[in-house]
Design a protein around this ligand. Structure first.
Ligand code: SF4
Length: 473
């Protein structure tokens, strides 16, 4: 093997060093290439109609956003606000009008899944659930047995809401716990939980829910290896079919006005390293399989529902399937064509205000590289890449990949493409080099489009032996 020759990487190592931070935000470069523009609801409807006429057999997913919460969690990076004076009823009325506006376009289409996220969807009362979702299902068709997911706050996870969800066809619930440590909870501004996770899981199981996920966060203010492990243990002991432990990190695009984040990506990494052996032994002792990605640890109960059924919001947008969003701050996406967001903030409104971002295939690949490739320890499954983008990794990255291979930093082996180096800074520069196929990153940096961020940093590179190939997570 030839020795590493970083000459062509010099502009990128320089860029990483000159950013004065341990991380580099790739978004300005990617978004500069595909600028945002205002989009009218009529245009959005026309785009969907045109897409469905061309790809009539495809089954989109539906995402509905409930952008309200009881309080602002200190760490929140999502787009939500406090429930306004008009109340949930007013919001659901608007949502229903928007659903009616788009429904004719989807009359010949069957959705493959439904996901209700937020915010806090469980602020809907059982009565509102019983009236809103049957009406939605009269307007849109969903395939038989498809995943139908609803997010709840542990505070709301009682018999009445589970009854309403079961009656209206939901088959998957995801309950936000985040932590069970009183001190960490107090620092997060979520209030206290009157319900224990095992009670919530028992009530959900009693009503026939097989897929019950509990969400936890690692790295909240005051969190320690023992508080994190204890929270996880209580969740695993509850018998939930899955537990997702998210790694808290600063992320660009946080909703303005939210409280300061409790930890940065790099702060959390230390905690992750310290707590990892304990997480492993806990998952084994409670009969769960642990999977790790850059953003979370997943614990999947042995003999539980298939992980393929474990629809999560994160996966919804990563699979390349079209997603139709409804509600303030919802995102809609047609793979390789467009992504748009309902930008209207919380508060009374009766019209849609959309903002679009054209995202042709090159944009989708940039997005994949900025998220999945980095999240998977600088690696991508070759088959998964080809089936998603209809082009091979080697053909797409061409000469850049060959250059990295020639100096021993880039590899394609064992069904995966990888970037690896004994020097984490060099590996990070190599990822930037690979991503910068069209020179956009260097151009954006020259124009001042750089800022410290979690997105890509020398600190995120791990020793080569711990890297895993992306297996189409
Ligand atoms: S973390 Fe969730 S519950 Fe808390 S403010 Fe944000 S969206 Fe609401």
């Amino acid at each position: 093997m030839r020795t590493e020759d970083p000459r062509f990487l010099a502009p990128y190592t320089k860029l990483l060093r000159s950013s004065g931070a341990r991380a580099f935000d790739l978004r300005p470069a990617v978004e500069r290439e595909f600028p945002r523009f205002p989009l009218s609801p009529e245009q959005a409807r026309k785009i969907w109609a045109g897409f469905l006429a061309r790809r009539g057999t495809i089954s989109p997913k539906m995402y509905i956003h409930i952008p309200y919460c009881r309080s602002h969690c200190a760490y929140c990076k999502y787009k939500s606000g406090l429930l306004p004076a008009e109340g949930m009823g007013g919001y659901l009325k608007t949502l229903s009008d928007h659903a009616k506006f788009y429904a004719p376009v989807f009359s010949g289409t069957e959705f493959s899944s439904l996901y209700i996220g937020g915010g806090t969807p469980s602020l809907m009362s059982p009565r509102q659930i019983r009236s809103f979702f049957p009406a939605l299902k009269r307007m849109y068709r969903f395939s038989r047995g498809s995943a139908s997911s609803f997010e709840l706050n542990l505070n709301d996870a009682g018999p009445a809401i589970f009854d309403a969800l079961k009656e209206t066809g939901f088959n998957r619930v995801s309950i936000g716990v985040q932590t069970l440590n009183a001190r960490v909870l107090a620092g997060s501004n979520r209030g206290h939980y009157p319900v224990a996770p095992e009670t919530a899981v028992r009530e959900a199981r009693r009503r026939g829910f097989r897929f019950i996920n509990l969400d936890l966060i690692l790295g909240l203010k005051n969190d320690t290896p023992s508080s994190a492990a204890r929270s996880l243990e209580q969740c695993l002991a509850s018998g939930a079919s899955g537990v997702t432990l998210y790694k808290l990190h600063a992320q660009p695009g946080s909703h303005p006005g939210k409280g300061a984040l409790g930890a940065t990506r790099f702060g959390a990494i230390k905690l992750e390293t310290r707590v990892l052996p304990k997480l492993r032994s806990l998952s084994e002792s409670y009969g769960y399989r642990m999977r790790e990605s850059m953003s979370c640890f997943e614990f999947i109960q042995a003999g539980g529902p298939s992980p393929a059924f474990a629809e999560s919001l994160r996966r919804m947008f990563e699979e390349g399937r079209p997603v139709f969003g409804l509600g303030r701050y919802s995102i809609s996406s047609i793979f390789g064509v467009i992504e748009y967001e309902d930008l209207h903030g919380p508060g009374p409104h009766s019209h849609l205000s959309l903002s679009g971002l054209l995202r042709p295939l090159t944009g989708e690949i940039s997005k994949f590289m900025c998220k999945d490739f980095i999240r998977n320890g600088y690696s991508a499954g070759l088959d998964a890449f080809k089936s998603r983008f209809k082009i091979s990794f080697a053909s797409y990255f061409g000469k850049r990949l060959l250059n990295l291979r020639a100096c021993g930093i880039g590899f394609t082996a064992g069904g995966a493409a990888r970037i690896a180096s004994h020097d984490p800074a060099l590996a990070a520069a190599a990822v930037l080099y690979l991503l910068d196929k069209n020179g956009d990153i260097l151009r954006a940096a020259a124009a001042g489009g750089r800022s410290p961020s979690w997105t890509l940093g020398a600190g995120t590179a791990r020793p080569a032996k711990t890297r895993k190939a992306a297996q189409g997570e």
